[in-house]
Write a protein that binds this ligand. Structure first.
Ligand SMILES: [Zn+2]
Length: 139
């Protein structure tokens, strides 16, 4: 179940447009979202190209949410946000994934809905690498 045009399925350039793979989790991959208006923002993408949460078994879904939980814990430990927001959209992408968006009191979009891609904050390769190390150290 792979789609050759899907960044979550093929990695490479399609993924590099918006993210950097951090590592594999049990049934998913953890990806750093390049747009970092919200420090530590990540994506947990399911291992297969399935559109809906209802398309996988209870066991697979439980494992997926365990991965989301593990990633969220690492984000909390690494960046100490005041809240993590969760978003699962994919109207056009059709590959089950969840955005983990750390929010910080009195900072960008606090108290509101996070924008999908504000295109404001991008880091250097070194800064991305540091962030990835920090997340990995807390997984
Ligand atoms: Zn896919």
């Amino acid at each position: 179940m792979k789609d050759n045009n899907c960044g979550y399925c093929v990695g490479g350039e399609p993924l590099a447009k918006f993210g950097i793979k951090i590592c594999d989790l049990t049934v998913s991959q953890l990806i750093l979202f390049k747009e970092q208006s919200h420090k530590g923002r990540c994506i947990v993408a399911y291992k297969d190209h399935v559109s809906e949460i209802v398309d996988i078994s209870d066991e697979e879904r439980n494992a997926f949410f365990a991965d989301v939980n593990r990633a969220a814990k690492a984000i909390h430990k690494a960046f100490n946000p005041d809240k993590v927001n969760y978003g699962a959209y994919g109207d056009t992408g059709c590959h089950l994934h969840m955005h983990l968006c750390p929010k910080y009191k009195d900072e960008f979009e606090w108290g509101g809905v996070f924008e999908m891609n504000p295109q404001k904050v991008f880091l250097t390769d070194e800064e991305y690498a540091e962030m990835i190390e920090k997340i990995k150290a807390n997984l």
